[in-house]
Write a protein that binds this ligand. Sequence first.
Ligand SMILES: O=c1ccn([C@@H]2O[C@H](COP(=O)(O)O)[C@@H](O)[C@H]2O)c(=O)[nH]1
Length: 305
Amino acid sequence: MPTNKDFGSRAHHLSQVRGPLCAGIDPHGALLQHWGLDDDLAGAERFAMTLVEAAAESCAFIKPQSAFYERFGSGGIALLERVIAESRRAGALVILDVKRGDIGSTMAAYAQAYLDPASPLAVDAITVSPFLGTGSLQPAFDLAGAHGKGLFVLARTSNPEGKQVQMAKRRDGKSVAQGIIDEVNEQNGDAEPMGSFGIVMGATIGACASEGEARLRESTYGITHTTVRQRDTAHDLSQFNGPILVPGMGAQGGRPSDLPRVLGAATNFAIPSYSRQIAQPGPAVASIRTAVEALQEECRAAMGE
Ligand SMILES: O=c1ccn([C@@H]2O[C@H](COP(=O)(O)O)[C@@H](O)[C@H]2O)c(=O)[nH]1
């Protein structure tokens, strides 16, 4: 029985209050340089803590990408712990983008690292990879359920290379991605207002890289841009009852208007996620806040809120 302690309930409530936007905090070398910082631990700390100050009090979701902290070794992990703690103190739900996936016994240890409240790296939800089989993630579903945490399972990623694997057809005729969507949804049941187990759906899926590509596809294959999009985004999310993390927004080309195109009837479950675009106007906190507010409004409007 879901309660306010469940990730799904907390995510639903907070996104209604603060808006659906997820602010990614990824200390990229190029962005540190753009902010006039060195690409070292001190630069990453300045960058990350400025973004926490600018976004964690107003956004429902903060998403650090673990890789950008791991690259600085133990100091980077300590910084990640601070980003998590300060963001949660400011009232945001932290989704750690760490894309873990392994055999069940190892998955149990990953789950303990991020979903056990006693862990120094405990967050509200993590991203996980189902490509060792969705069943291998069961220890993470179990621990998340026990502690009111959430999971976001990769289904259709925002990178163009993902399609070959994710849109491959299974023996039952479903795409691999649809199979994952359905398996995750079984874990949600009829939880209200929604379950705690989400999926990742890139905003870029089915979109042509450019109008030129669209025209080329049209002249080569005789199919229109729209048809290409429909074929590539053929997912049934109509029964999906959990949060949907939507990366690929902004720097990768996804726009708020892509949300209904990609998610259809499940658009109201979207958590549109921006990382580089939010940091771009920095380092001034006020400029970042203005950009966040504008994106929040654009997403709300596109989602019909
Ligand atoms: O399919 C996926 C899954 C995760 N990501 C992550 O989201 C951000 C995107 O960063 P931007 O700067 O907004 O492009 C990054 O942390 C990725 O690892 C994704 O892009 N696509």
